[in-house]
Design a protein around this ligand. Structure first.
Ligand code: SUG
Length: 440
């Protein structure tokens, strides 16, 4: 088995809409001028960097934005130009919601269980319904189509429907899920949730909790995981109120190693004890206390939203955002981890600032999918990273993307046309077939 990081390619309408309450960066940067071209190129540079470390790398395409299908569903009609003009005049906020390039954060695209962990021996993917925020909920149908185009072989892969229903089954995908394992034992799946759909719980007071316990439980059932090897933990409500809207803002794990902040989980000690029982003595973790690394710095600089890259020799490298290097307490923590008694041997820093300004660090930008060699060879689209694919994608970005977008630009009908032309061409480059609404 090899882990592939499926990174989301940033879309041509990447902008700072201030659409995500509880996500501090999204709120703080509302209205800033964005640079979609730079954002997409930063993403491609990250893919190359990780690929060159010897890790499996792949790419997922952006979604059509503005989503004219969404605006039509909300009652705007006429030609594309007419409906955009009317929506911009009468309900500009809806155009904003329909224009976010948020599908770039593919840690929220789906939750994944590898074939080794599922009772039927297939790789399971459940696209996240992202019910908590409207601008993200509209991703689910396209994500499902894209994943089905890629993971098409029914003997190997099962792409489920996103969870049904309303807010009680709100699911944010892999951002609230961590798979841990040590050789010789079955893997453990840790699902973190922020609220309950039904029943009593103490939740955050200020910001919304997105993931429900019931959604996490449903995903574990769909993926046919062994109930003895799953753990459901509550996100710390104070952590959410400090801006940790997803678990991966304060915790990241791979293999036998977990790196987390003390405000990541409610019953953190209980979780760690249970993980040690399930994984044995080789399980290890590094914990940042509030004293060592104030949550404000952790939320601003995202040291926990790093990618943990496991090498063939079992050592781990941390790929952290550059913002963590520039935040002394975050950098000191990461350096302590490198020096500590754990598999981590190095930390490297990457500039993904265009994404960071919307609250998305390196880990948000990728969906981890462990695949066997045969499974990787059975993927049905051109998604695996290669120098030739990367060069074509970079040229495609240079050709189609603007380098400056203000929040008002998103209702420009030319931008919608440019986006559609770009995405239409992309489906040929990536051999995806007609996955987009405007191609149906
Ligand atoms: O859902 N930001 C995203 C960031 C998602 C980060 N993903 C993970 N932590 N895995 C969100 O809050 C902001 C868009 C805007 O404001 O324009 C946004 O949706």
């Amino acid at each position: 088995m090899r882990e592939f990081n499926f990174d989301g390619l940033v879309g041509p309408t990447h902008n700072y809409g201030g659409l995500a309450p509880g996500n501090v960066a999204s709120t703080v940067n509302e209205g800033q001028i964005s640079n979609p071209r730079e954002a997409a190129l930063q993403g491609l540079a990250k893919m190359r960097f990780v690929h060159e470390l010897g890790v499996g790398q792949a790419v997922l395409p952006p979604h059509p934005r503005p989503s004219l299908r969404t605006l039509r569903a909300l009652g705007f009609s006429g030609s594309d130009e007419q409906l955009l003009a009317r929506a911009a005049r009468e309900a500009f906020h809806l155009v904003r919601l329909a224009s976010s390039a948020a599908a770039m954060w593919t840690a929220n695209a789906a939750t994944v269980a590898p074939s080794t962990d599922s009772a039927d021996g297939r790789t399971h993917l459940t696209p996240a319904n992202l019910q908590a925020m409207f601008h993200r909920a509209i991703e689910a149908s396209t994500t499902t189509r894209v994943l089905r185009a890629i993971f098409a072989d029914p003997k190997r892969f099962m792409v489920h429907e996103p969870l049904p229903g309303g807010g009680q089954f709100a699911d944010e995908g892999a951002a609230n899920h961590t798979r841990l394992f040590v050789s010789g034992r079955p893997a453990v799946h840790v699902f973190a949730w922020g609220r309950r759909g039904w029943g009593e719980f103490v939740g955050p007071k200020k910001y919304p909790a997105r993931q429900t316990l019931e959604a996490s439980q449903a995903v574990a059932r769909l993926h046919q995981l062994d109930p003895e090897r799953t753990l459901f933990v509550q996100q710390c409500p104070d952590g959410i109120d400090a801006g940790a809207f997803h678990t991966d803002v304060l915790a990241v794990g791979t293999g036998c190693f977990l790196m987390l902040h003390e405000r990541a989980f409610n019953d953190l000690r209980g979780a760690v004890v249970r993980l040690r029982e399930m994984l044995g003595d080789r399980f290890c973790y590094e914990l940042a206390s509030e004293d060592e690394l104030p949550i404000k710095d952790a939320v601003a600089a995202y040291p926990f939203n790093s990618q943990l890259i496991e090498k063939d020799d079992g050592t781990i490298e941390i790929i952290a955002p550059k913002d963590a290097e520039e935040t002394p307490r975050a950098k000191d923590f990461l350096e302590r981890v490198v020096a500590g008694r754990n598999p981590v041997t190095a930390v490297r820093y990457l500039d993904v600032r265009q994404s960071m300004h919307n609250g998305g660090g390196p880990a948000c930008l990728r969906l981890r999918v462990p695949l066997s060699t045969e499974d990787a060879a059975a993927l049905s689209a051109r998604v695996l990273y290669s120098e030739s694919l990367a060069a074509e994608l970079a040229a495609w970005v240079q050709k189609h993307y603007r380098d400056r977008l203000t929040p008002n630009d998103i209702s420009d009908p030319l931008l919608a046309r440019e986006s559609m032309a770009a995405l239409d061409e992309l489906t040929s480059i990536m051999q995806l077939g007609s996955v987009y609404d405007f191609q149906q």
